[in-house]
Design a protein around this ligand. Structure first.
Ligand code: ZN
Ligand code: ZN
Length: 519
């Protein structure tokens, strides 16, 4: 009944309720009862529904505000894993097993895994669930990527910036808001290349694919120059010309000229095998042989594996990096003081695009822009996006973890999708010691606050009370979506009624913020 479902979805949206809930089975070990629980998509999936995206944005704003002008070192101590963390890990393990067994398209599972990894980190657990499975490669010193010309201060063990005292004894805590862009690929007018033929789409594509590594290098250099453990909260957004750029709130301050110097000197080399000479194309594609891997269709020769290709690259003294990425000359540095309207405006700016995907800013009626998007997508089509990308077959190399059924130009990673514009990384980058809290703890904070406001105890629950399991697709115990949405709406209505009651009692007390937290 699609109509019922549409209506239920509209109602759910009005109430700020998740419209794509993920059903999970939960065993209550105290009672022995199994129950199906709807978890908001925002807690598991990378792509969030509009109500979850909105809630996520509010949480991110709180996180950004809390960390920016911190005046004491954050204490980062690992806590006992809680219920949420435990089910995330168990669920993640289950999905990984499904993915490993899958012979066919794993795009959906990959998206789920990426979302879970993000959520696991947000829930306060560090690192990758799988850990490092291969030893890190040693590069020859020739390929080290430091910038020796930058000034270097002696490192102090602090994440806080300098403060300044005014004549009347007031302490000021200045910080920075920095915007970094990529270089020009050709003249643009209103975001569209003036001459598409000379616009460097190939470079634009590679720059977008490797942008997050350039940001990592910038932070490394920034810390070396600043001489303290600089913390940041950053958001990646598309410019009108479709290149990613970065807005970054930085705790503490540095001279403007130094930030510009760091941006100008920072670069990242992509040490991947060459991908400039097409070896296999059209119908002439590598063939899979079980137990062996991909073979040259004419000679039957086994293609080099990813590791072999990297070994070869390491020993080749004349090898050049596949790509070198740098920032453009447009660097904007703004000084910001704690608690000023400027700071608030920057925080809103940083979270402005969080409810949208990179491609959402595109205008469907703008033909010139659509052509521009199509040309960029074409440039990304055969560009290897990662070591596991099937496009490596085009250049005569077996992708890492090669499987049967791979073909160049058919990578399903989001890096190649037109609405991702080549950038497949995280949209929000928050350093580890930004605030005292993880995103999950921010969520917990708001819940505690609401419960206290309601006069309800918020006792720590038994962390081992529940066991979570994913629900297989098509499970008959899961009610239709419309029913589940309306159930959530009903819950939300009960909350609102409770709020209204409290409002009447408290009379005049501002409860709107509390309701926000309850969402
Ligand atoms: Zn949702
Ligand atoms: Zn790819």
């Amino acid at each position: 009944m699609p109509l019922t479902r549409d209506v239920a979805e509209e109602v759910a949206k009005q109430y700020g309720v998740c419209i794509r809930p993920v059903p999970l089975k939960r065993l209550d070990t105290h009672t022995g009862a199994w129950e199906i629980i709807d978890v908001p998509c925002g807690a598991t999936l990378e792509t969030k529904c509009p109500p979850c995206a909105k809630r996520n944005r509010h949480l991110r704003m709180a996180q950004c505000r809390e960390g920016w002008h911190l005046d004491q070192e954050p204490t980062i101590t690992p806590n006992e894993p809680n219920d949420e963390q435990r089910w995330l890990i168990e669920f993640r393990a289950d999905v990984q097993a499904q993915r490993d067994q899958a012979n066919q398209d794993t795009t959906d599972l990959d998206e789920l895994i990426a979302g879970l990894d993000e959520e696991i980190n947000a829930a306060g657990m560090r690192g990758n669930v799988l850990g490092r499975t291969v030893p890190k490669r040693n590069r020859s010193t020739r390929r080290r990527q430091d910038a020796p010309e930058l000034p270097k201060r002696k490192m102090i063990n602090s994440t806080l910036g300098r403060t300044f005292e005014s004549a009347n004894g007031k302490t000021y805590r200045p910080s920075l808001f920095v915007t970094l862009t990529l270089p020009s690929y050709g003249k643009v007018n209103n975001g569209v290349p003036v001459d598409p033929d000379s616009y460097d789409y190939a470079r634009a594509a590679r720059d977008a694919l490797h942008f997050s590594k350039l940001v990592d290098r910038f932070v490394q250099n920034l810390r070396r120059v600043a001489g303290y453990d600089v913390q940041y909260f950053a958001a990646v957004e598309p410019q009108k010309r479709l290149a990613p750029h970065l807005h970054m709130a930085i705790r503490g301050t540095l001279p403007r000229a130094e930030i510009k110097q760091i941006a100008a000197t920072t670069y990242h080399q992509v040490w991947w095998p060459a991908a400039d000479r097409v070896v296999f194309d059209g119908d002439h594609l590598p063939v899979w042989e079980d137990g062996t891997g991909y073979l040259d269709p004419s000679t039957g020769e086994v293609l080099p594996t990813w590791d072999q290709a990297l070994d070869q690259l390491d020993t080749d003294e004349a090898a050049e990096p596949l790509h070198v990425i740098r920032f453009g000359i447009q660097v904007d540095v703004q000084g910001v003081l704690a608690g000023t309207p400027d700071a608030d405006q920057c925080i809103r700016y940083l979270s402005k695009y969080l409810t949208k995907s990179l491609g959402d800013s595109l205008d469907p009626d703008d033909q010139a822009q659509r052509d521009h998007v199509a040309r960029l997508a074409e440039a990304l089509r055969f560009e290897p996006c990662s070591p596991t990308c099937p496009n490596w077959l085009r250049y005569g190399i077996q992708p890492k973890g090669a499987k049967p059924g791979m073909a160049p130009g058919q990578c399903r990673s989001k890096a190649h999708k037109p609405d991702h514009l080549g950038y497949a990384g995280r949209r929000v980058l928050v350093s580890r010691k930004w605030s005292n809290k993880t995103l999950a703890e921010h969520k917990q904070d708001r819940r505690t606050w609401v419960l206290e406001a309601l006069g309800q105890p918020n006792e720590p629950a038994d962390p081992h009370r529940y066991v979570w399991k994913p629900v297989p697709a098509g499970d008959a115990n899961v009610p239709p979506l419309a029913v589940r949405l309306l159930r959530s709406v009903h819950e939300r209505q009960r909350w609102r009624a409770h709020m209204a009651q409290l409002q009447a009692q408290a009379d005049g007390q501002d409860l709107s913020a509390i309701e926000e937290g309850a969402a």
